[in-house]
Design a protein around this ligand. Structure first.
Ligand SMILES: NC(=O)c1ccc[n+]([C@@H]2O[C@H](COP(=O)([O-])OP(=O)(O)OC[C@H]3O[C@@H](n4cnc5c(N)ncnc54)[C@H](O)[C@@H]3O)[C@@H](O)[C@H]2O)c1
Ligand SMILES: [Zn+2]
Length: 357
């Protein structure tokens, strides 16, 4: 097992990463944690992994109950949040009771926001079970539910007390979900760490074949990057925005297609291809570097082609992106492999050229 720290003063917390560590979960909970825990999960994750967690909690003398909510992004909403609050009240949960989010990013965001708001905040433990959640969403304290008028529009920054990433839980993840998570790993290397990017170029087939040591390396390095960035910029005033590389185009794909047929990681992959082309045009990224990114995305089994949309549709969808600052579209671009930059001076001409390239 390896342990990293998200350094946020009094709110610092560990990220534990290792194969099979769910069985040791009881001893990995922070010592000050209460002797009572409530696990929020969904029926799919419940079937595969809840039993192991329950056994670990019982073994550590921690009393526990579970709240099982329906699976899927469409249930990351106010109704499910309210149902969790109701159940917490019915169970007599106290402010010191620990809430454990066991699942992918949907469960992490939803249960995280429930923990942030129940009695003004109860301790939260993230146990991510998708690759996307292990390398990205479980770290950094963004919690939210969707509103009919916008994704993730109602939420809070609320850091967990610990993140416990058991890479073995990924063995039950469907291929498509697993591959989609690789997009965020490629993103981390592209914006911040050329060594990770080069490691991916060498090891992408092993990683796709779910070689345990390769998964552990990819999760560890991605978490290290995210932990560093979040420690420096918790509320996304500056460099945390680098983690949105490929996301402005990606969100536009998700919005314009009504989320139909595109997983988040797939949209981000096609978005990174476009952002790399735009980086060549507007940030001096060498063409050869953009070609390496595109080749890696392709070898990962991710889409390199965005859906064909009218330019106006793209621009409109991107203008709705919440990363718009006072009317100007901001883009995360690359100056070099491993060196991301936030640019507010990108012209629509360049964007249109990148879309057509
Ligand atoms: N908070 C953040 O910083 C942040 C960052 C990125 C994404 N997100 C959010 O994360 C969500 C997407 O997360 P996701 O990609 O993990 O999707 P998800 O949570 O919907 O999980 C994908 C599917 O895999 C299933 N699943 C989960 N773990 C499994 C396992 N071990 N074995 C088999 N099936 C399993 C889930 O039930 C679901 O059907 C979005 O709502 C997005 O907004 C949040
Ligand atoms: Zn993402």
């Amino acid at each position: 097992m390896r342990t990293l720290t998200v350094a946020l003063g009094e709110r610092s917390y560990p990220i534990h990463i290792g194969e099979g560590i769910l069985t040791r979960c009881g001893e990995l909970l922070p010592p000050q944690a209460s002797r009572r825990a409530i696990v929020v999960t969904n029926p799919i994750v419940e079937a595969f992994h809840l039993g192991i967690l329950q056994k670990a909690l019982s073994g550590a003398g921690i009393r526990h109950e579970a709240i099982v909510v329906p699976d899927g992004e469409t249930h990351k909403d106010w109704t499910t949040l309210y149902a969790i609050h109701t159940r917490l009240l019915e169970l007599g949960a106290e402010r010191s009771t620990v809430l454990i989010a066991l699942g992918g990013g949907v469960i992490g965001d939803l249960a995280g926001f429930a923990a942030a708001t129940y009695q003004r905040g109860m301790p939260l433990i993230q146990i991510p079970t998708t690759l996307l959640a292990q390398v990205d969403s479980s770290i950094g304290g963004k919690t939210a539910v969707n509103h009919p008028l916008g994704k993730n529009m109602i939420g809070a920054f609320y850091q967990p007390r610990a993140v416990i990433s058991d890479t073995r839980t990924l063995s039950t993840l469907p291929d498509r979900e697993y591959i989609a998570g690789l997009a965020e790993v490629i993103k981390c290397g592209s914006v911040r760490d050329v060594a990770l990017f080069e490691w991916l170029e060498v090891n992408i087939e092993r990683l796709k074949a779910r070689d345990p040591a390769s998964i552990e390396h990819a999760v560890l390095e991605s978490c290290r990057i995210k932990a560093e960035i979040v420690s420096a910029d918790e509320r996304e005033g500056g460099e945390r925005a680098l983690l949105n590389f490929g996301h402005t185009f990606g969100h536009a794909i998700e919005t314009a297609t009504g989320y139909a047929g595109w997983l988040h990681g797939e949209a981000v992959a096609a978005g990174m291809v476009l952002a790399s082309k735009l980086s060549v045009l507007a940030a001096g990224l060498p063409t050869s570097a953009a070609e390496r990114i595109i080749a890696l995305v392709r070898r990962a089994g991710l889409p390199t082609e965005a859906p064909r949309l009218e330019n106006a549709t793209w621009l409109q969808a991107m203008a709705h992106d919440k990363k718009v600052v006072s009317g100007a579209l901001r883009f995360v671009l690359l100056e070099a492999l491993g060196r991301g930059t936030v640019r507010g001076d990108v012209t629509t001409t360049s964007v249109t050229a990148a879309l057509g390239a």
